[in-house]
Design a protein around this ligand. Structure first.
Ligand SMILES: NC(=O)c1ccc[n+]([C@@H]2O[C@H](COP(=O)([O-])OP(=O)(O)OC[C@H]3O[C@@H](n4cnc5c(N)ncnc54)[C@H](OP(=O)(O)O)[C@@H]3O)[C@@H](O)[C@H]2O)c1
Length: 302
């Protein structure tokens, strides 16, 4: 099986690529603006990763490459994920989260590939989370709007696909800082940080997301699936659990309402995703934050 992975340098790619190499026989065609480090870690995997450095926004170059690979599966991890930047650079957000998806869908159609595309809980307004796959989206910010438009590009394409909505992804990754690293950096520098007490989500350990993607593509699941962690907590409570697992000073974390953070993009507050459909279809149980943080700590000090 040939799998084309777009956005290979993403947080999710850093977990998915080694997992696919370990657990499947697939040959991975990874696309990223940057060189792929530190994969593949194992010499026996070297001949199963074909890496291409490419400007993913170059429609022609992407199409030429994608159609030359003739993948069986395309996984689209590329996106503009910085929510505040999406608000200030709407044009780039649309290019990455919508136009790129339209281009990927075309490649999938030409090559008859099955597509796994990723989306977000930010398609919801956060007034009555956690949300199921059947709830009606109502995005509050441009990131959410653009990701919802990206979903529509996939669902209306006629291409065999699965869309995974996920939420507050965390996991150790050399190149891509996440919420946990931000909190750990504050502990290292002994700098107090303000963390929202009213933004509620079920944070997702990246290996759970990767495993869900892997099973999804191996079994060619179709439709929309929510993938998120087991615990619905505030960012503040998440940060306190980080302090606990990493034996750091919780007094550096100051709980504040979102209104005090003056974030550029409006945040959905009572968010979260109901994950029963994915857990039953994929025969998975998504991790608690405590369990995810123990795995993170293990990866960090490995
Ligand atoms: N992280 C979360 O908390 C979260 C939550 C909900 C949903 N999601 C969704 O899950 C998917 C994966 O998220 P992630 O956090 O793993 O992604 P990420 O680490 O933010 O990486 C996204 C990748 O997109 C590519 N990219 C971004 N901006 C670009 C630009 N201007 N030009 C070219 N390429 C660009 C880069 O790929 P290369 O590095 O390979 O060049 C980048 O690594 C996304 O669809 C995201 O919307 C994530």
């Amino acid at each position: 099986m040939k799998i084309l992975i777009l956005g290979a340098g993403s947080l999710t790619g850093g977990s998915l690529i080694p997992m696919l190499l370990d657990e499947t026989d697939a040959v991975l065609y990874t696309v990223s603006a940057k060189p792929l480090l530190p994969w593949p870690k194992k010499p026996e995997h070297l001949n199963r990763v074909v890496h291409k450095s490419l400007n993913i926004l170059d429609k022609q170059a992407l199409r030429e490459y994608g159609t030359s690979v003739m993948p069986d599966v395309i996984v689209n991890l590329a996106a503009m994920t910085n929510v505040d930047q999406c608000e200030t650079d709407k044009q780039l957000a649309w290019q990455m989260n919508v136009t790129l998806v339209e281009n990927v869908v075309r490649i999938a159609r030409i090559t008859d590939a099955y597509l796994v595309h990723l989306s977000t809980d930010y398609v919801f307004d956060g007034t009555k989370g956690p949300y199921a796959e059947t709830d009606t989206p109502q995005p509050l910010n441009y990131y959410g709007k653009s990701k919802l438009a990206g979903e529509t590009a996939v669902t209306t394409s006629g291409v065999a696909h699965a869309i995974i909505r996920t939420i507050v992804v965390y996991g150790y990754n050399v190149g891509r800082p996440d919420f946990v690293r931000w909190v750990l950096d504050a502990f290292d520098k002994e700098t107090p940080i303000k963390v929202a007490t009213d933004q509620i989500a079920n944070a997702t350990y990246v290996d759970d997301l990767s495993e869900a993607i892997m099973i999804m593509l191996l079994e060619r699941k179709l439709g929309l699936y929510n993938v998120g962690g087991a615990d619905l907590v505030s960012r503040y409570d998440f940060a306190l659990q980080i302090a606990d697992v990493f034996k750091s000073d919780p007094l550096l974390i100051q709980g504040v309402p979102t209104s005090e953070l003056l974030q550029t993009a409006t945040r959905p507050l009572l968010g979260g995703l109901v994950t029963l459909k994915a857990e039953s279809a994929l025969r998975m149980k998504f991790r608690t934050i405590h369990s995810g943080l123990l795995s993170y700590r293990h990866e960090l000090f490995e």
